[in-house]
Design a protein around this ligand. Structure first.
Ligand code: IPE
Ligand code: IPE
Ligand code: MG
Length: 261
């Protein structure tokens, strides 16, 4: 998809000093950007608020990230919202997040309709509390016919669990005789991941300064460019998104080859 430049110019009016739309090449926008949305709790604590206030504020950043991605013409935006390890958080925080996911998703359906965004999930969403699972399935049904950007939410997602699940499916297919063990190749694994049919992320953004993957897309990020910003997720804006894209465009991607000068 190509960005609508006039609309984008209005969206990116009044730039801060260090970044503007002129700093990025609209012909080289990454097709798939993935974000580890981190720092909600610290953002809230720094303001003397409850951690939950950080999660609520983070919803506004996510809405802006979706809108920005549509405007920039991405094919896929994926975001890490809840890991398989996040279940070990205090029960009230888990409950709040699950309720927030359900209500937010339903509230944002008009935006997905307006922007022709198609929803998708990474992770086992049927193991979520009923309210959340039902809202997610409604979102899938409501956006199934949309043909614009794919927006993928990783919820109850863990990359090791995802790879183990793919291995289990491969083993079952071999046992059934529909797959020969000598035909197990990278495609046999990647086509059984939640990301099947999606391009690998070209750019991974992590907020709040942490330099780790936290069990996110270990397979898919093999050659992805990383951009870590100290900005906490609730403060992440369309300008931070543009800064990340500019950084990406300054990288030399080699995929194991040699640098071209
Ligand atoms: C990210 O913010 C949101 C989720 C993991 C659900 P955190 O809740 O991890 O915030 P910090 O990292 O503790 O500040
Ligand atoms: C990663 O953040 C998971 C999500 C953003 C959903 P965490 O805050 O859970 O990661 P760690 O514990 O700092 O590695
Ligand atoms: Mg965190």
């Amino acid at each position: 998809m190509r960005a609508d430049e006039k609309k984008l110019g209005e969206y990116y009016a009044n730039p801060p000093e260090d970044i503007s739309l002129a700093n990025v090449d609209l012909g080289r926008i990454p097709r798939h950007v993935s974000i580890i949305m981190d720092g909600n709790g610290r953002w809230a604590q720094a303001r003397g608020l409850d951690r939950s206030e950080g999660h609520v504020a983070g919803v506004d950043s996510l809405r802006e990230a979706v809108t920005t991605s549509v405007r920039l013409g991405l094919d896929v935006l994926s975001v890490y919202a809840f890991s398989t390890e996040n279940w070990c958080r205090p029960q009230h925080e888990v409950n709040l997040l699950m309720h927030l996911f359900a209500t937010t998703l339903l509230n944002e359906l008009p935006l997905f309709h307006q922007e022709n965004v198609r929803l998708r999930f990474f992770g086992d969403i049927d193991a979520l509390p009923t309210e959340t699972a039902e809202a997610f399935h409604e979102g899938l049904r409501e956006t199934a016919d949309h043909t614009g950007m794919t927006f993928a939410l990783a919820v109850n997602y863990g990359s090791r669990a995802e790879i183990a699940r793919a291995a289990r499916e491969v083993a079952q297919d071999v046992a059934l005789g529909t797959l020969r063990s000598e035909d197990i190749d990278e495609k046999a694994i990647s086509s059984r991941l939640y990301t099947a049919d999606l391009p690998d992320p070209e750019l991974l953004i992590r907020t709040s300064g942490e330099m780790r993957l936290s069990n996110y897309l270990l397979w898919q990020l093999a050659y992805t460019e990383f951009y870590v910003t100290p900005v906490m997720w609730p403060d992440f804006s369309r300008w931070d998104f543009l800064r990340a894209v500019r950084a990406f465009q300054g990288r030399h991607r080699r995929f194991g080859g040699v640098v071209e000068h």
